[in-house]
Design a protein around this ligand. Structure first.
Ligand code: BES
Ligand code: ZN
Ligand code: ZN
Length: 518
């Protein structure tokens, strides 16, 4: 999508469709909705006045209203997009609203769209907390760009439903305000491109996106944005003594890939990093297909296990944006990618493997492979000097049972790190729910013959057992673990997002990284 930011009057902008946001300013739970537009343009407000007065449109989040040939406006159509209640309006509603506008245009065959920049000061302050215009502009672009992506790569006859051009129309404003809106707009394009890059990787089938191919795509991306990238395979795993990661990989014809992406910020004159400066480690589970291995999964729904590399894809996407946003903090992205297959050479239940840290693991179930590859990835990150760790993984079905498909399971061994991440998530709009990983649960991973076992002793709290296992490998290093199994893939279309890979966690991880920037 060719996305532009223009400073001019929305009413006189010639376009097939102009979208404007609306909120419900009625106070009180049972009050009849009172709809107000987030614009100071009298012409735009005037064009919608009659239909809004009818009360038919309530400005509920996701609700849209389409007017043809609106009076007094140059646009061919006016699309009013509801954002819900004005009181407590979050930036995520604006993000979704922009996405809803783009996806509303598609079935109409509208190829060019304009969105009127939400002027929240158009309303009374008592109804709406004024949101920073830089943030508004960023989330608007994020929502629109992410909404544009549809999945027709593998159809021989493609139906082109793309929206080719988007103009964000902000009113003429002071120079400083314009600069802020522009800055948010530029950042939004970067963040959205990263999230879409992640989603595109996750959408790829297992026969196309092997660990080797994932390594190639990561390396190509790194070359494009100027990141250092190394892609290793079996020999390096052996050299590093990554016995847990290697065990998972050994049942596949496809060699594993250990991908290491490094971002070193350029410092200005007189700036330097202290010895105690943070180094952030982003570790992703990259199982390009999870059959379960010898503990093979049932056939029903197994095709979806191509998305078992969504954690890796999130980290690769995040690294892409980090290279472009240039925060002043060192970040290392580590992806452990393998295919989990049953085979004559495959690892088996009962095997004991030695992880890179030296700890021994009794394999109870070869389908609990994610924690094995991450054990070595997390330990390796520490040896590279990472002071803070975050991992993302489609790790357990148990997490989906616990939290459904709304919240990502979040675990942490450090309050300050958890708090930083939680603050970041408020801006990203992504939802996380913290679950415990205190030592009360440690018995779950006790083994009779090795240092630990790779599944819980019983079936209760499976997401926690997995987190307890990972915790053994992070030690004292502050760490956040994201179990994204329930949120990485949407089976249903949403008004603001196509079904399929969601790109979950990319935005929150980026926000978290920014929080550490000097
Ligand atoms: N990749 C799966 C987890 C998963 C399940 C992701 C559903 C997305 C949706 C993981 O490798 C796995 O199979 N975990 C097992 C662990 C069990 C054997 C302890 C699970 O959750 O059943
Ligand atoms: Zn598995
Ligand atoms: Zn898996």
């Amino acid at each position: 999508m060719d996305t532009k930011l223009l400073f001019q009057d929305a009413a006189s902008f010639q376009t097939p469709m102009l979208a404007v946001f609306a909120v419900d300013i009625a106070v009180g739970k049972d009050a009849e909705p009172v709809v107000a537009l987030l614009t100071t343009s009298d012409a735009v407000a005037g064009a919608a006045a009659k239909v809004l007065a009818s009360g038919e449109f309530k400005a509920a989040a996701g609700e849209t209203l389409l007017l043809h040939a609106p009076n007094g406006l140059k646009t061919e159509r006016l699309l009013v997009v509801g954002l819900g209640k004005a009181k407590g309006l979050s930036v995520d509603e604006v993000r979704k609203g922009a996405g809803t506008a783009v996806r509303a245009a598609k079935p109409l065959g509208v190829r060019e769209l304009a969105i009127a920049f939400p002027e929240d000061h158009a309303l009374d302050d008592e109804h709406l907390e004024t949101l920073p215009c830089m943030l508004l502009s960023r989330v608007l672009v994020e929502g629109a760009e992410v909404a544009e992506l549809d999945w027709d790569t593998y159809r021989s006859e493609r139906k082109d439903r793309s929206v080719r051009a988007l103009s964000v129309i902000a009113k003429e404003a002071e120079k400083s305000t314009r600069a802020e809106i522009q800055e948010g707009f530029d950042a939004g394009l970067i963040v959205a491109a990263a999230q879409n890059f992640t989603r595109t990787l996750v959408n790829e089938p297992g026969n196309v996106l092997t660990p080797t191919e994932l390594g190639k795509r990561a390396a190509a991306m790194c070359a494009e944005v100027g990141l250092k990238c190394e892609v290793h395979s079996t020999a390096k795993l052996q050299e590093l003594k990554m016995g847990a990661f290697a065990a998972v990989a050994q049942g596949s014809e496809q060699p594993p890939a250990l991908i290491v992406m490094t971002y070193e910020p350029k410092l200005g004159k007189g700036e330097s990093f202290g010895a105690d400066s943070p180094v952030l480690g982003l570790v992703g589970k990259g199982i390009t297909f999870d059959t379960g291995g010898i503990s093979i999964k049932p056939g029903d729904g197994m095709e979806k296990m191509k998305y078992d590399m969504a954690g890796a894809a999130a980290m690769i996407g995040a690294m892409r944006a980090i290279a472009q946003l240039k925060p002043k903090v060192k970040v290392i992205g580590i992806v452990c990618s393998a295919e989990n297959m049953p085979d004559g050479k495959a690892y088996r239940p009962g095997d004991v493997v030695t992880a890179m840290s030296g700890k021994t693991i009794e394999v109870i179930n070869t389908d609990a492979e994610g924690r094995l590859v991450l054990a070595d990835g997390l330990h390796y990150a520490k040896t590279l000097g990472c002071t803070h760790l975050i991992d993302a993984a489609t790790l357990t079905g148990a997490c989906v049972v616990a939290l459904g498909i709304v919240n990502v399971g979040l675990f942490s061994n450090d309050e300050a790190t958890w708090q930083k991440f939680t603050d970041a998530a408020k801006i990203s709009g992504e939802k996380f729910w913290r679950l415990p990983c205190t030592d009360d649960y440690k018995d779950q991973i006790k083994s009779h013959i090795a240092d630990m076992r790779n599944t819980g002793a019983n079936r209760w709290g499976g997401a926690i057992s997995a987190a307890m296992f990972l915790k053994e490998f992070v030690g004292e290093t502050p760490w956040v673990h994201l179990d994204i199994a329930g949120c990485a893939w949407n089976d249903e279309n949403k008004p603001w997002l196509a079904n399929g890979p969601s790109g979950i966690a990319v935005r929150s991880i980026l926000e978290w990284v920014r929080a550490y920037a000097a």
